[in-house]
Design a protein around this ligand. Sequence first.
Ligand code: GLN
Length: 305
Amino acid sequence: MQDILDQIVATVGASADRGKVADYIPQLACIDANQFAITVALADGRIFSAGDSQQLFSIQSISKAFTLTIALGKLGDAVWSRVGREPSGDPFNSIVQLEHEHGKPRNPFINAGAIAIADAILMGHQPKETLAEILQFVRFIAADDSISIDEKVARSEQSRGDRNASLAHFMASFGRLDNPVDCVLGTYFHHCSIAMNTQQLAKAGLFLVDNGRNPVSGTRVVSTQRARRINSLMLMCGHYDGSGEFAFRVGLPGKSGVGGGILAIAPGKASIAVWSPGLDDVGNSKLGTAALEKLVQHTGWSIFG
Ligand code: GLN
């Protein structure tokens, strides 16, 4: 495994065409696109890394897999009255479907859906309390208490948050938000701004590898059925309008973020985190995807056999 990862860093990680860093969040616009990292956390507890695997980055939308897990824990199947579970085929920040579908987002991973999930888990609490709860959950699944929120990134996104504010107000106009829009957006921007490295992120994904239970510690995080469902949503919706392409090329459930990270799950085998800040045209890590494609070619881990 170490040889495979070293080879991926030396080939994919050295590509000249690295995509474009997200620049609509000013704080992300200045990230060095030459960084690259990959970590594989195996179900047997061994962890392999290559590249800049200690470097913290903004997990952005990868956090939506964690907030969905928390929401399902709190609300159970009532989550599905707030968000759907179909791929959108539209960009992550699109507003067009929302009008046709009466303010109910297609799935929990597009921005509108994740904002609805942030609203669901707020349950009348202050954003601070809810953020503490989200952070506690992420620290617990990653077994790492040092994980925190990058305030600068959160404030930076908030300062340019017109599109997400539009989505939230539009949903509120359909009576779909229980909490004040400002509180919901503050919670959303901050959970997107959790900073992690690929080692922490790969460890955080382990509960999705072994039917909802961390195979290393033996701790159960969610039920088997819930883990399967989260994985299926990641496969179908985790890369927005690039989800089909990701399934075609990689064949694993995965969740991407505009910070350039991707968390991918090989059920029964491993949790994999990759990071390369440059994005493709639809906002998914360009080299991150290529790295996962290579890894799956070497390991045969595609869920499609
Ligand atoms: N915080 C980002 C946003 O709302 C998350 C988007 C993403 O990672 N795809 O635009």
